[in-house]
Ligand binder design. Sequence first.
Ligand SMILES: Nc1ncnc2c1ncn2[C@@H]1O[C@H](COP(=O)(O)OP(=O)(O)OP(=O)(O)O)[C@@H](O)[C@H]1O
Ligand SMILES: [Mg+2]
Length: 445
Amino acid sequence: MLDILVIDDDLRMNQLIVEILSEEGYSAAATSDSREAIILLRERHYDIVITDLKMPYVDGMQILTTAKQSNPDALVVMITAHGTIESAIEAIKKGAYDYIQKPFDPDQLLLIIKRAAEHLFLIYENKRLQREVKSFLQDDIIGVSRAIRDIKGIIEKVAPLDATVLIQGETGTGKELVARQIHKNSARAQKIFLPVNCGALTETLLESELFGHERGAFTGAMAQRKGLFETASGGTIFLDEINNTTASLQVKLLRVLQENMIMRVGSSKPVQVDVRIIAASNANLMEAVNSGTFRRDLFYRLNVVNIDIPPLRQRKDDIPILAYHFLNKYCRKLNKSIKNISLDAIEILNGYSWQGNVRELENVIERAVIMETSSEITPQSLPPEIKGSPADPLSCLHLMTIDEMERFLIMRTLREFKGQKNKAAESLGIDVTTLWRKIKKYNLE
Ligand SMILES: Nc1ncnc2c1ncn2[C@@H]1O[C@H](COP(=O)(O)OP(=O)(O)OP(=O)(O)O)[C@@H](O)[C@H]1O
Ligand SMILES: [Mg+2]
């Protein structure tokens, strides 16, 4: 629940605003004595302060200063009478959130308050995340989405069993991270976790890597060599990109799964192995089975437990917390102290499609930590391709007219560039003279 304080020396105006707000479910306190307002602001934490600009004793500017001193996140909305618009602009420059001109339409006020409430929600959410990520360990699986919570539940259940697990997901969704977590929570945790990329080697090479070979098994096989299945004995082997294995290798893998036996290349003597197998595929393996490129019997052997990790764009809830996690990680690694991700930067991250999933997000944050010179990650330190696809830009601007929207956008951009018109115009994609004209039209000077 937001704490709102309304300050206007005109008692009727106070009542009107409190009524408008309470009809929408907001509760607001009000005072018509600006001196009392100062005391109230010093005593408690208000989220939103709606104040008249011109009042006896203490004016709106001083209210603004006091409100910000007692709660730096407080959003202050100025009420101005006709003819005092310059002071309202001045107030915005000094950190007021917005202004509204008397006489106003109740909807106009509600729109501002609604937008302020959304803004505050993001600020508080941002702070909460900042505190929360501090407690994460480096290899924790981070996420608050339903999907990630379910996956953590499955890991907890299957890790202690020796069951084979098949993990599916697009590139960069965290398949290897999940596999390591399963190993870490199993009875084999003290033994080796051995990742093998099945897509990186030719068939013959992969085969001799996995199963080892006898001396003279092929040209260049000068000595007998143990394979990875034997090396991983007692531990876990992680067969990554299993979808890229050939038909003949698939037969051999099937034998390992069925009999826990391998045969070194060039040998006919089976060797018993004791490994847990976790496999990963970045393509839908069932489709590969149906199209005939993957053996059905091997698929069923692998698919004892199935973990599907959805792409990041389908679990957007995880984006802010992951971003903070990586911010924390790379600040520590690169010895920088960036504490925060600005709200517009979070909005941009939320809106991007993340074809490279969590890995791509991690790279973007690492780069931003390197590039950023201020104390928070801002859109300026994000790569241009990310900024090309904003989240639904209209999501917070509904109920506005086109003119209001334009005025709002220009005002926000000017604020972002601290009034530098050349830069603001460039970011808005218009030339400076057009910007000047619009500033005049909307009285933003
Ligand atoms: N939920 C998560 N929480 C924290 N870090 C994550 C999460 N998901 C992925 N990562 C990180 O993202 C990076 C990529 O993850 P990982 O290598 O496990 O992906 P992958 O699915 O195996 O990718 P590929 O298919 O390309 O091999 C790693 O640095 C990993 O730590
Ligand atoms: Mg991987």
